[in-house]
Ligand binder design. Structure first.
Ligand code: ZN
Length: 262
């Protein structure tokens, strides 16, 4: 799923007046599509895999548990994946004020959809109804062989009860989370919905993604070409900062609610 995005443009930095401009653009927009990434959930205690404190940064071999080929071929990789999942902070995480601010926008009738790279379900937990999950979600398991599905809590209960590699209860096949692993394509229906939401909005509000992975990066171009204004709220620079109408840096759980207001 990971493809290299555009390279960083030199000279990207905070621009004077962008905070005010971003707030005005958001307040003036009637049909907002949000595009969110790991940076919106780090404030809920979920580490960014690729960030400075991320799992893959600390332990590069951990990437194997997210790679389909390894996961299917190697029971040790699956055992590691289940241990990691059982201990994941996702299960105790709560939405933070940034997730809640987007849910409020939807409640006001001004948010068309949230497109997210996250699999943690925190947008839904905050009350947002239209969530397009580019990389799937961790709440469900699916059997690789027969396609059976079930709640992840059920599979994790088996792991915690001592089954290190729980198998499909119907056919005995390998089960996995309904997230997109490396080596897999994104769901074409999900992708279509994401492009439609990017094309049909008056403001694309980018939150907490470095915009270096497709298709998230491409969605900014799609929205911009269709005439939408672009506001980027992120902890660091993105390759699209120069194309954006406003770029705001800072801690997302504080910055985003302040921009969106009540
Ligand atoms: Zn099965």
């Amino acid at each position: 799923m990971a493809q290299p995005g555009p390279t960083q443009e030199p000279g990207d930095q905070d621009r004077a007046g962008d905070q005010g401009r971003a707030g005005a653009l958001i307040r003036g927009a009637g049909r907002i599509t949000a595009l969110t990434g790991a940076g919106i959930s780090t404030g809920s205690g979920i580490p960014d895999f690729r960030g400075p404190d991320g799992l893959w940064t600390r332990d590069p071999s951990a990437e194997r548990i997210s790679t389909l080929e390894w996961y299917l071929a190697d029971e040790d990789v699956r055992r590691a994946a289940w241990r990691y999942r059982a201990e994941s902070p996702v299960w105790n995480a709560a939405p933070n004020p940034a997730h809640q601010a987007l849910a409020r926008l939807e409640h006001q009738g001004r948010l068309r959809a949230v497109i997210t790279q996250n699999t943690d379900g925190l947008h839904q937990a905050a009350g947002t109804r239209t969530v397009i999950e580019l990389h799937g979600n961790v709440r469900t398991w699916r059997c690789e062989d027969c396609g059976a599905t079930g709640p992840m809590t059920q599979a994790l209960a088996r792991v915690r009860a001592g089954d290190p590699d729980p198998r499909c209860s119907r056919c005995g096949g390998v089960i996995r989370a309904t997230t997109i692993l490396f080596g897999e394509n994104l769901d074409p229906d999900v992708l279509d919905a994401a492009y439609a939401a990017a094309e049909d909005c008056d403001l694309l509000l980018v939150v907490g993604t470095s915009l270096t992975v497709m298709p998230a990066a491409g969605l900014v171009s799609v929205a911009g070409s269709a005439g939408a204004r672009i506001v980027i709220v992120n902890g660091g620079p993105t390759p699209y900062d120069r194309r954006a109408d406003a770029v705001v840096r800072g801690p997302i759980p504080q910055v985003l609610p302040a921009l969106i207001g009540e």
